[in-house]
Design a protein around this ligand. Structure first.
Ligand code: SF4
Ligand code: SF4
Length: 281
């Protein structure tokens, strides 16, 4: 059977919040019963592009990670509240509007923080994937439709077909995937991996200049893993390194100068190396 799957591309999302506003536009002031009651105007967000920073000045990077209900196949919310939560055959997870009333504890049942408490209506709510629209023949929920960068996409296909797509595009769940989420992320390294960055210079007389095109390699336990050239500013960056992946050797080479070797330990955070200056042989 064909089911719904969502793909979020972290490299494409610019944090414009159009998805969140489209969700508000669809659900604030509108009751789409029996799917959901209306969304609270303020605070409650059923999709939330959260800012995530990596690195430190001058090697800083910001990305936005849209968080929403993952429509899990092994949903913890459903396990805890089977009388309130329904998993539809097409993959969409819905809360029973009547039974969710007064159940603030539903919010704690979601490890993704996707269930919010509507204080005005005294009810628990979450993203419905605009099931009222999809059931009416729409091919996209409002968030996907409104994303100007196509950072969000929806795929309606058999699970086996989607698995092939996930393999091909390296789509990953935002956590370890044990709840079998139906929302998968592309380029998740911006959120869960780290980089080692630095800058290289050389002395031309008394003047310090950027070591453009110097060659830099990254090795672990004597094995060269990555190699690149310094850019126009003499800067380099080795990205997509797993957190806590060990102590690496950074070796920098420039013709006519002594090589530079430094050890860097990759922990939980990105590493900024101090400026390294080539000295003559
Ligand atoms: S993300 Fe949370 S609310 Fe959505 S299905 Fe999974 S456990 Fe339930
Ligand atoms: S609309 Fe698209 S680009 Fe804008 S915040 Fe949402 S996912 Fe990101």
């Amino acid at each position: 059977m064909e089911k719904w799957h969502i793909v979020v591309d972290i490299e494409k999302c610019v944090g414009c919040f159009n998805c969140m506003l489209a969700c508000k536009d669809e659900h604030v002031g509108n009751k789409w019963l029996p799917y959901t009651d209306e969304q609270q105007k303020h605070e409650n967000k059923w999709i939330n592009p959260e800012k995530h920073e990596r690195g430190s000045v001058p090697f800083t990077e910001i990305c936005f990670v849209p968080h929403m209900c993952q429509h899990c196949d092994e949903a913890p919310c459903e396990k805890k509240f089977p009388d309130v939560v329904t998993k539809r055959p097409d993959g969409i997870v819905l809360l029973d509007v009547k039974k969710a009333k007064g159940k603030k504890e539903l919010a704690d049942a979601c490890p993704y923080g996707a269930i919010v408490w509507n204080e005005e209506l005294k009810t628990a709510q979450k993203c419905t994937l605009c099931a009222h629209l999809l059931d009416d023949g729409w091919t996209e929920p409002r968030c996907v439709q409104s994303c100007p960068l196509r950072a969000l996409s929806i795929v309606h296909c058999e699970d086996t077909e989607f698995e092939k797509l996930a393999d091909k595009q390296n789509l990953k769940p935002i956590t370890n995937g044990s709840n079998q989420p139906r929302v998968l992320y592309k380029n998740l390294y911006k959120f869960n991996k780290v980089f080692v960055a630095g800058a290289l210079a050389f002395l031309d007389g008394d003047i310090e200049k950027a070591a453009v095109d110097a060659r830099i390699s990254l090795s672990l336990n004597g094995k060269k893993l990555l190699e690149q050239k310094a850019d126009f500013f003499g800067e380099f960056k080795f990205d997509k390194l797993p957190k806590n992946s060990g102590t690496f050797t950074v070796e920098c080479l420039m013709e006519g100068y002594n090589p530079i070797r430094q050890e860097v330990t990759v922990g939980n955070e990105c590493v900024k190396m101090e400026l390294m200056t080539f000295e003559g042989r």
